[in-house]
Write a protein that binds this ligand. Structure first.
Ligand code: HEM
Length: 199
């Protein structure tokens, strides 16, 4: 354990890959440049913030709205095109997903705010502002889904309205995912990954 703490970190200057000193090889495992391009790397974040960030709360939380939404849309679309194919199961799945959807979006939103604040100390940077705008639209779209499902998911009008809300949320989710991907592994001074493991 002691040995682990004393192992210095080194960063590949051109690509940002970070490794422990004891694991350095002749070339950078990420970009293949020779070992001489590495320089010592200092973690700029306090251990407390770093520990919370490494719980990966936001990257985990974002999977819940994504999965719920895909389930709801799939079930609704199959039911629209094949109304006699297990209608109770499909509409039950869509109804359940529509009811829990806003809670999952809220979880992703909250964990994103915490993640952004811890990583960048402020959530008013251009990408984070964009993320707040799109997640607010996603949250608003998600508020309608339980009411529409409650109203009676069986009628065509509710199904179409649910599909519209779901599609708006899906587009926001794609934009948020792309923006989020660009934020992964920065703000800690570089790509803090060692052989695929976060350090
Ligand atoms: C429903 C809303 C949101 C969704 C669906 C979402 C989606 C995502 C996704 C897919 C990623 C990439 C995760 C990965 O590849 O493992 C990500 C990363 C990130 N998002 Fe969000 N996001 C949401 C809201 C927010 C908000 C409101 C903020 C802050 C203002 C935020 C800040 C971040 C940050 C800082 C990262 C990088 C995470 C890391 O490196 O640990 N997100 N987001």
């Amino acid at each position: 354990m002691k040995e682990k703490q004393e192992d210095k970190l080194y960063i590949c200057k051109p690509c940002g890959y970070v490794m422990k000193e004891s694991e350095l090889q002749d070339v950078c495992p990420a970009c293949g440049l020779p070992k001489k391009v590495f320089e010592q790397y200092k973690e700029r974040m306090s251990p407390g913030r770093s520990r919370i960030l490494h719980l990966d709360l936001h990257p985990i939380a974002v999977h819940f709205p994504q999965t719920t939404l895909v389930f709801a849309l799939q079930a609704l679309l199959i039911n629209l095109f094949f109304p006699n194919f297990y209608p109770e199961i499909l509409l039950g799945t869509a109804k359940f997903s529509a009811v829990i959807f806003p809670f999952t979006v809220f979880g992703a939103f909250l964990s994103g705010m915490i993640d952004g604040k811890l990583r960048f100390k402020s959530v008013t940077t251009p990408i984070l502002k964009k993320k707040i705008i799109y997640s607010t639209i996603m949250l608003i779209a998600s508020f309608f889904t339980p009411f529409l499902a409650w109203k009676g998911i069986e009628d065509l009008q509710s199904k179409i309205l649910l599909l519209i809300c779901g599609t708006i949320a899906l587009i926001c989710g794609i934009v948020l995912g792309h923006a989020g991907k660009r934020l992964m592994n920065i703000g800690m001074g570089g790509a803090v990954k060692i052989w695929g493991r976060k350090f």
